[in-house]
Ligand binder design. Structure first.
Ligand SMILES: [Zn+2]
Length: 124
């Protein structure tokens, strides 16, 4: 059971990192965010704006000692796939912690918000 859960989490991280999360905007489905009613919520909305994930953003920033403005300042490529650009910080160590934070938030959002892809469900 634990192995299956770890495989599911790895697949969710892979989906997030590849930029393939199934958002309503990606699916071209005309629906609002189920937590804040924002029209056509993109992954960027969930990652940076949605109040539902504010506590997770705050907890990760505190735990990993990131600047409080970090989440709002990340470029689109980071919010959609967790890729941290060199321009985010000249420090390799700081970029590494940013990567950890973005992947953890992205996986949390993907696990909570999206139906896994057919590839993930076929593992069951
Ligand atoms: Zn929202």
């Amino acid at each position: 059971m634990m192995m299956m859960m770890m495989m599911m989490m790895m697949m969710i991280v892979m989906i997030y990192r590849s930029g393939a999360c199934q958002t309503y905007t990606r699916l071209k489905v005309n629906k609002c965010c189920k937590w804040c009613s924002c029209p056509l919520p993109s992954l960027r909305h969930l990652f940076q704006e949605c109040p539902h994930f504010e506590a997770k953003r705050r907890d990760l920033a505190r735990e990993l000692e990131l600047d409080s403005t970090f989440w709002a300042s990340v470029p689109r490529v980071t919010s959609k796939s967790g890729w941290v650009c060199y321009s985010a910080s000249p420090s390799f160590e700081e970029r590494s912690w940013m990567l950890v934070a973005t992947v953890r938030l992205g996986a949390f959002i993907a696990r909570e918000n999206f139906t896994p892809t057919e590839r993930v469900t076929s593992i069951r």
